[in-house]
Design a protein around this ligand. Structure first.
Ligand SMILES: Cc1cc2nc3c(=O)[nH]c(=O)nc-3n(C[C@H](O)[C@H](O)[C@H](O)COP(=O)(O)OP(=O)(O)OC[C@H]3O[C@@H](n4cnc5c(N)ncnc54)[C@H](O)[C@@H]3O)c2cc1C
Length: 376
């Protein structure tokens, strides 16, 4: 079968790898002139690393494995510490933080160089009786038996095939960076919650730490003033957050406004199918986006093996919809940066959680991960 893939991000490359391994002919159409390697590090839950392993990616070479997830209050009280390793065995894989660039490079290294055409993005696409088509910015027309829209949050393929509104801004933005570790984070990823928002940090391999803060997306200051904004909002939080801020320079801070798509009922039409952010952009809260995209890839590849091509969109959408909706709801509701919902992030309401047995909390978290995965 001939397949066109729009987008050479994490999900487009992972799909291409799986399709080539299954013996299909694949052409990737990527808008950027070269692989996009920036954007800090991402957290891969066991279902994400499992999907990558199934494609032959050596996950041990991606960033850093972590074993514990700690939750703290802004005043420095440790509320929870989850043992992630006990989830690893039943879910069949590990939890890691990896720089995006490392993951993209690892995926691309398993593909023939000519598989991806850079610098010629899709401007229009569609499906007809004979298959699917895409037209690129250079004016070239491409045809295939199947078109996979993996072209991210502003997906042209989604727009052409499903129409409807684009992903909407949620009013929150992540201010983040990947910088030399200011202190040893060990194998623990830490999330601190307070009424102003949150701060997270984790090792991402090679002596680097991924850190982030969430703020209102309406804050519009020149890059040189970003660190002052962070200090005013988060500088009063307990150690080590002031030390983290002291180790940063304004140029380290990148800003990513959050957006969210309504998860559609059908993830495509005819011979065009959507996956990753093109199907279900969601805020990065709780780190579900790429993990969901990798689940999409696994399920789509399974459907292509077992279902008639004209039925793939329906069967694949039905198998993925519920988990993506749950992940999107968790990502959209787990954090507040203003208003009465921030009360739930205050010390007096968080601290009683410390009384819960670690085993129970870990089991609850594993249940949440299972609810957002097609693998159980
Ligand atoms: C701050 C932040 C932190 C995050 N942290 C995590 C995390 O810890 N864990 C997690 O699982 N997820 C995380 N996410 C979400 C994750 O980054 C996305 O879900 C994931 O990158 C989606 O992958 P994708 O391949 O679908 O899309 P993208 O990564 O957006 O890739 C799309 C590709 O398509 C290309 N493209 C765009 N338009 C066109 C076109 N018209 N034609 C051809 N090509 C095109 C782009 O250049 C790009 O290469 C985070 C997101 C943000 C913003």
């Amino acid at each position: 079968m001939r397949v066109l893939v729009a987008g050479a991000g994490i999900c487009g490359l992972a799909t291409t790898l799986g399709l080539l391994r299954a013996g299909h002919e694949v052409r990737v159409l990527e808008e950027a002139e070269a692989p996009r390697l920036g954007g800090g590090a991402i957290n891969l839950w066991p279902h994400g690393t499992y999907a990558l392993r199934a494609l032959g990616v050596e996950t041990a070479k991606l960033g850093q494995r972590f074993s514990r997830l700690a939750l703290r209050t802004a005043t420095g009280h440790r509320v929870l510490e989850l043992d992630l390793d006990t989830m690893t065995t039943p879910m069949g894989s590990e939890t890691r933080a990896t720089p995006r660039g490392t993951l993209i490079t690892a995926l691309a290294s398993l593909l023939p160089a000519e598989a991806v055409g850079y610098g010629d993005g899709v401007v229009d696409a569609g499906t007809d009786r004979d298959g699917a088509w895409a037209r690129t910015a250079s004016g070239r027309a491409h045809r295939a038996d199947l078109l996979v829209g993996a072209d991210g949050v502003r997906s042209r393929v989604r727009q052409a095939v499903l129409g409807g509104p684009p992903a909407v801004a949620t009013g929150v933005a992540t201010w983040q960076g990947l910088t030399p570790a200011p202190f040893d984070t060990g194998a623990t990823t830490t999330l601190t919650l307070g009424r102003q928002g949150d701060c997270g940090y984790m090792g991402a391999g090679d002596g680097l730490t991924q850190w982030f803060f969430d703020l209102p997306s309406t804050i519009d200051v020149p890059p040189s003033a970003r660190l002052d904004v962070l200090r005013r909002r988060y500088g009063g939080w307990a150690s080590p957050i002031p030390e983290l801020l002291d180790a940063l320079s304004p140029a380290d801070i990148e800003i990513f406004p959050h957006t969210r798509h309504r998860v559609p009922v059908r993830w495509g039409a005819g011979r065009c199918v959507l996956l990753g952010d093109a199907a279900h952009a969601m805020p990065p809260v709780m780190a579900h986006g790429a993990n969901q995209g990798l689940e999409d890839v696994s399920v789509l590849l399974e459907c292509l093996e077992s279902v008639a091509l004209d039925e793939v969109v329906d069967v694949y959408s039905a198998r993925r919809r519920r988990a993506a909706k749950v992940a999107s709801a968790i990502a959209s509701r787990s954090l507040a940066i203003s208003g009465p919902r921030t009360l739930a992030q205050s010390g007096p309401l968080l601290r009683p959680l410390a009384l819960a047995p670690r085993r129970v909390v870990t089991a609850g978290f594993a249940g949440m991960l299972k609810a957002v995965s097609a693998r159980r």
